[in-house]
Ligand binder design. Structure first.
Ligand SMILES: Nc1ncnc2c1ncn2[C@@H]1O[C@H](COP(=O)(O)OP(=O)(O)O)[C@@H](O)[C@H]1O
Ligand SMILES: Nc1ncnc2c1ncn2[C@H]1C[C@H](O)[C@@H](COP(=O)(O)O)O1
Length: 224
């Protein structure tokens, strides 16, 4: 019996992984997809035509980047549901507006007009009864200094050039955002409670928690 069956996880479940930059979403996405034999949906960082430019000049590129991310994630969402689920998704669509767009607007690196236009587009596309929300959002959290160390170790040049204050602000915003998030059920994991790099077998403990959690929240599942 595979882990998915052992812990009674529906084959059509859609699980999205949320958390600040560098916290370990991609690592978790790969580990869970392997363990459950699910497909993956990743953010394509290397082929994003705006991301480098955005880190060079937030004010100039923040609107373009948000519209690009929204289109990419919306297309992915469509692909996931066309397959009939069975996916782990690296970062949720909700973080684009709830964290990134809002932070740049509040900081003055996205104009009020651009923010309003983006928010209208996001709400029309996502915040509707027709948009299929995931069955579960796994929120990964941890101490900000450990996360900043991971960003440094990963070494993406655009992120290395970015002030530490940016990551501190983002970390704070995530903590506030997740406490009020209610678009789908949330399972919180702390990076100090597992280590998928040193002990890959710990993924079973996480799968077990997901199984229990999905059982408890099964009344909230979309009918697929
Ligand atoms: N448990 C862990 N211990 C140490 N480093 C980790 C762990 N999980 C992930 N990392 C490293 O941290 C960095 C960021 O992880 P990643 O999964 O890419 O995060 P995200 O997708 O959230 O940006 C990567 O270099 C990854 O190898
Ligand atoms: N919506 C976004 N706005 C700005 N920047 C974003 C957005 N979504 C992702 N990013 C950035 C943050 C990182 O530099 C890369 C990839 O994110 P990661 O958390 O490492 O998967 O894209």
């Amino acid at each position: 019996m595979n882990l998915r069956e052992k812990y009674n996880i529906p084959a059509n479940a859609v699980i999205t992984i949320a958390g600040t930059v560098g916290v370990g979403k991609s690592t978790m996405t790969n580990a869970l997809a392997n363990a459950l034999n699910f497909r993956t949906s990743f953010e394509k960082v290397d082929t994003n035509p705006y991301l480098d430019k955005f880190y060079e000049d937030f004010e100039k590129w923040s609107f373009h980047l948000q519209v690009y991310f929204l289109a990419e994630r919306f297309k992915e969402q469509k692909r996931i549901f066309e397959y009939g689920g069975g996916f782990i998704q690296d970062r949720s669509i909700y973080e684009d507006t709830g964290i990134f767009a809002k932070m740049h607007y509040d900081k003055g690196t996205m104009t009020p007009t651009d923010y309003e236009t983006y928010k209208n587009l996001f709400d029309a596309m996502v915040m509707t009864p027709y948009f299929p929300h995931p069955d579960l959002l796994i929120y990964i959290e941890g101490p900000v200094e450990d996360i900043i160390a991971r960003i440094a170790e990963r070494g993406r040049p655009m992120e290395q050039q970015t002030d530490k204050a940016y990551w501190l602000e983002m970390h704070d915003r995530y903590e506030t955002w997740i406490d009020q998030f209610n678009a789908c059920p949330v399972l919180r994991l702390d990076i100090n409670d597992y280590d998928l790099m040193k002990n890959p077998e710990t993924v079973e403990v996480i799968v077990e928690r997901i199984g229990h959690f999905l059982e408890q929240t099964s009344h909230l599942r979309r009918g697929v």
